[in-house]
Design a protein around this ligand. Structure first.
Ligand code: ARG
Length: 596
């Protein structure tokens, strides 16, 4: 149980006794505070409900509350906050429990979900750009956070590997010859390949005809066409895999589940929508109208399922995808780590899937004739759009290379590692070249990921080399450095990390106390970040931890402590700080070097 838990429980009991009619829907969470060890705001909402002054309600609660065993002080503050000061033995007991806990106090999910996380999703024969970087980095952090608390996770890389552009791409491949095309694609010049194909398509009538015929052959399942298409996909996938490896994310080729994978389900989507009488013919196309979606002129906006020419759409495969994820995989939660501009598309998919009853778990699915979801039984799977903003250049416009082109993700990663290498060479010349290379990779890639994750994902952020690689401020190198510094203390002391854990922690100094309190907030920080699918909240927590650690380090000598007992207590605090830092960074997909 976290350190405030017992107080919160007792406050809730007092409230239930004093105001039995007002319980429910009250915010009794304990939050960090600058003025006290923790703050509880329950009196504000309660006062509103019972029509009394918040400070009076707070005072009333305190009079009835007995927490002398865990708090030295509980007082009314500000508009009616309850400010808590914990008794040191309560804090040190909680720290001991966290330190003994493999999970560092982070509670496991009470009801583990089967989570499908749709992320990265670049397009075949097209360059991965920084938008795909965001999806990949945020998605990977969510995978790790979900797994960390015991959810079951399926990663799905919904690559764009189907649709009309493949006609021209395949014909271009035919023109280049398979060997030549493979060479071009494998060096990662995907954009070049795509552009050449596009140019031919725009410039030559006969090429256009070939491309169109090729699309028909592809959709008709022509074996030779499928083989050529497979080459394009395989070469691109190979390139994506090198990017993922550089990035150090969990995605592998086994996670590829592109738009083409849903092909066999597309006709069924249409059939099912028809059977539910949801399909309307509009201007020759088969569409679904969903309540609440209108265009600029306030006319109902359709979701196009099947185009006039009989072809299916991006939306159709996303609907098939929902069916597949809920009914075949058994997903109970689906996260779509996709840019903010696709918000409307995804909410329309969700609206149609809900209306069609496709979010209901298969075993308890309603019979087809009944449109309403079953009244009882398992709750429907949830779809969440984990949206994110754009990466901007220093001019605050979309990030571009010097030549004015979209920045290639892979080049950016190489540059990050190079820059990190140069800065470590300067900072720590004693490191061997091998060691330096390894560390440079952790720092460079970590810096890029952290710069992305540390910002509220929904906002745009400015890509800034200097800032992200700085050893000061809310950056990966700052956190990594705090961790490495702790490792170095243990190296110098010749003490193993494990043996430090047995020590009795004492909290005599203000900086020890402040560090200890923050360490005890780890569980709530992780859950807070996870519940909002917002890794930046975990970053903020870790940054504050490193900051408090730095202050502790400056004011509380460890190896030169006044006594052995204090030294051991401080070593135990150092060890726990390092474990939380590296565990937190791990959830962000960032490694923690032991020296740098
Ligand atoms: N390939 C798409 C793009 O590059 C993203 C796909 C996102 N996932 C999905 N299920 N629609 O924009």
């Amino acid at each position: 149980m976290n350190v405030s838990g017992v107080v919160v429980e007792r406050i809730n009991a007092v409230v239930a006794r004093l105001y039995p009619d007002a319980v429910g829907d009250l915010d009794s969470a304990a939050r960090p505070s600058d003025r006290a060890d923790a703050q509880i705001n329950i009196a504000l909402g309660l006062a509103n409900k019972v029509g009394k002054k918040p400070r009076d309600v707070a005072q009333h609660i305190i009079e009835q509350l007995d927490v002398r065993d865990v708090c030295t002080k509980v007082e009314v503050a500000g508009p009616g906050f309850l400010n808590l000061t914990f008794a040191d033995p309560h804090l040190t007991a909680a720290l001991g429990a966290v330190s003994r806990d493999q999970s560092l106090g982070v509670q496991q999910a009470a009801s583990p979900q089967h989570v499908v996380i749709d992320y990265s999703a670049p397009n075949v024969a097209k360059e991965m750009h920084v938008g795909h970087l965001r999806s990949t980095v945020i998605g990977d952090a969510l995978v790790r956070m979900c797994e960390r608390v015991g959810h079951r996770v399926d990663r799905e890389n919904h690559i764009g590997d189907w649709g009309t552009p493949f006609g021209m791409l395949i014909e271009h491949l035919v023109d280049l010859g398979e060997v030549g095309a493979a060479r071009e694609l494998s060096v990662g010049d995907l954009d070049g390949f795509y552009k050449q194909a596009r140019e031919k398509f725009d410039g030559s009538e006969s090429f256009q005809q070939r491309a169109r015929a090729r699309v028909v052959a592809l959709q008709g399942g022509d074996a030779e066409t499928l083989r050529l298409w497979g080459l394009l996909v395989a070469e691109s996938a190979r390139y994506f895999a090198t990017v993922y490896e550089k990035l150090g994310v969990k995605l592998t080729n086994d996670d590829l589940r592109g738009e083409s994978a849903y092909n066999p389900l597309l006709a069924e989507v249409v059939e099912r929508l028809k059977a539910l009488s949801l399909l309307t013919v509009d201007d020759g196309a088969e569409v679904v109208f969903v309540d609440g979606f209108t265009n600029r002129d306030n006319e109902p906006l359709p979701l196009i399922i099947r185009k006039k020419d009989g072809g299916y759409n991006y939306a159709t495969s996303d609907l098939a995808c929902v069916i597949d994820r809920v009914e075949r995989i058994g997903a109970t939660l689906m996260l779509y780590v996709v840019g903010a501009p696709q918000a409307q598309h995804l909410s329309m998919i969700e609206a149609v899937a809900t209306k069609a009853g496709w979010l209901n778990p298969p075993a308890r699915k309603a019979p087809p004739a009944r449109k309403a979801p079953p009244a009882h039984g398992a709750s429907p799977a949830r779809m969440v759009h984990v949206a994110f903003g754009s990466v901007l250049g220093s001019d605050r416009k979309m990030l571009k290379s010097r030549a004015g082109e979209a920045v290639k993700l892979i080049e950016l990663l190489d540059e990050a590692v190079e820059r990190a290498d140069a800065s470590i060479a300067q900072k720590n010349p004693e490191l061997s070249v091998d060691e330096r290379r390894k560390v440079a990779r952790m720092i460079g890639i970590g810096a890029v990921k952290y710069a992305d994750l540390a910002n509220d994902r929904i906002k745009d952020y400015v890509f800034d080399w200097e800032r992200m690689l700085s050893f000061d401020g809310n950056t990966a190198p700052y956190l990594q450095y705090a961790h490495a510094r702790i490792c170095s203390i243990f190296r110098r002391a010749g003490v193993s990390r494990e043996s430090a854990r047995a020590a009795q922690i004492t909290l005599a100094h203000a900086n020890e106390r402040s560090l200890a309190l923050w360490l005890l907030n780890y569980d709530s920080a992780v859950w807070d970040a996870l519940e909002r699918y917002s890794p930046h909240r975990l970053c903020t927590y870790l940054y504050e931890l490193a900051t408090r650690y730095t202050a502790f380090y400056e004011h509380c000598p460890v190896l030169k402590a006044e006594s052995d007992a204090i030294r051991d207590s401080r070593l135990a605090l150092c060890d726990l700080t390092a474990r939380v830092l590296s565990d937190g960074l791990m959830m962000l997909g960032i490694e923690s070097p032991e020296q740098m």
